[in-house]
Design a protein around this ligand. Structure first.
Ligand SMILES: NC(=O)c1ccc[n+]([C@@H]2O[C@H](COP(=O)([O-])OP(=O)(O)OC[C@H]3O[C@@H](n4cnc5c(N)ncnc54)[C@H](O)[C@@H]3O)[C@@H](O)[C@H]2O)c1
Length: 327
């Protein structure tokens, strides 16, 4: 019995593959390598290069391997790109996502762990955000994820598909061998570290006039290894025959952009130049998770929930991989 990891060559997926292998699981990876890296995956792991929307390929993977569950990371995930090209996002994340589900259902796979996002909540009405918060995304990326959540719920009702949709806050940090290597990079922590390494001249800070103590936006940064340990627990939850759930994954701590930059300055010893830019449309001032449900339902406990540890792990990875995966 194997676990299919879609998007396994991406940032979070590659750490998940590492975690599953450490747990002795059989893993199969499907990734079109549009934003992922073949070098992030152990060559011994069966790897299929292709689209999640390729029904013939899904059928072949399910015929070649006895797929027991799917951890579905594969998606495009840049908010700005989704605003300028929404169709790309709906086709890739929703249309192809439906084809993947179709193939899995036909093959008798009934367990899915799905990468959702706090972007499904939209403009916060209260803080911290719990799972009951209304969902009204402010961009096509968030909508594409919310649509997939609704499709999963309908498939549970109709076909008995059981799923855990994990709504991540800001994934960050690295393990010793796997880290964040996106091109273009839109996330704060890798960009701050690129500035420390001299790969970019400065870090853009989008908005210095938010109603926060230092005027910059506050986010909840969760270590990628903690994210993945929650996915392992979500798989166990499904194997025990438990109900489908939507669950937040965050640390419940919020850090401002300037706190991230100050912490990175201390860790790297670099001055890290900043440039103040206008706020980005649709960027709320504060996004912090209520993660009580992850603790209560999954028994999850984050191990690396402080900013120093997160940034240090990312810095260690970037220094040992100055050109990323170099592919
Ligand atoms: N990084 C975050 O902070 C964050 C926050 C919330 C949610 N998420 C979600 O988590 C998942 C993983 O995020 P990530 O940061 O690792 O992104 P990533 O871009 O590093 O990884 C996604 C992977 O999916 C692959 N992919 C995309 N579309 C595909 C398709 N149609 N067929 C096959 N492969 C495809 C890409 O090549 C890439 O390797 C995504 O679904 C994202 O929306 C990420």
């Amino acid at each position: 019995m194997a676990i299919l990891v879609t998007g396994g060559a991406g940032y979070i997926g590659s750490v998940m593959v590492e975690a599953l292998l450490e747990n002795g699981e059989d893993v199969v990876v499907l990734d079109n390598l549009f934003r992922g890296h073949r070098a992030s995956i152990d060559p011994k792991v069966p790897f299929y290069t292709g689209n999640i929307g390729d029904r013939k390929l899904i059928d072949r993977i399910c015929a070649d391997h006895e797929i027991e569950a799917c951890v579905h990371f594969a998606a495009l995930a840049y908010v700005g790109e989704s605003v300028t090209d929404p169709q790309l996002y709906f086709k890739n994340n929703v249309e192809q996502g439906i084809a993947l589900l179709d193939g899995l259902l036909d093959a008798g796979v009934r367990r899915i762990v799905f990468s959702s996002t706090c972007a499904t909540y939209g403009e916060p009405q209260y803080m911290p955000l719990d799972e009951q918060h209304p969902q009204s995304p402010t961009n096509p990326y968030g909508w594409s994820k919310l649509m997939m959540e609704k499709i999963l719920a309908a498939c549970d009702h109709a076909y008995g598909l059981k799923y855990v949709a994990l709504r991540y806050f800001n994934a960050s940090g690295a393990t010793l061998r796997r880290g964040e290597d996106h091109s273009p990079e839109s996330h704060l922590i890798p960009n701050v570290l690129y500035a420390a390494m001299g790969r970019i001249p400065h870090v853009s800070v989008f908005g210095g006039d938010y109603p926060t103590p230092d005027g910059t936006a506050i986010r909840d940064y969760i270590h990628v290894a903690d994210l993945c340990s929650a996915h392992v627990l979500a798989l166990e939850h499904l194997r025990k025959g438990e109900t489908s759930e939507c669950i937040n994954l965050g640390t419940e701590h919020g850090y401002s952009v300037m706190e991230v930059i100050e912490t990175a300055r201390r860790i790297t010893g670099s001055p890290i130049e900043t440039r103040m830019e206008p706020r980005r449309a649709g960027d709320p001032s504060r996004l912090v998770a209520n993660a009580e449900k992850a603790r209560a339902v999954l028994g999850w406990q984050p191990r690396y929930d402080n900013l120093e540890t997160i940034i240090q792990s990312a810095w260690d990875w970037h220094r040992s991989h100055p050109d990323g995966y170099s592919d």
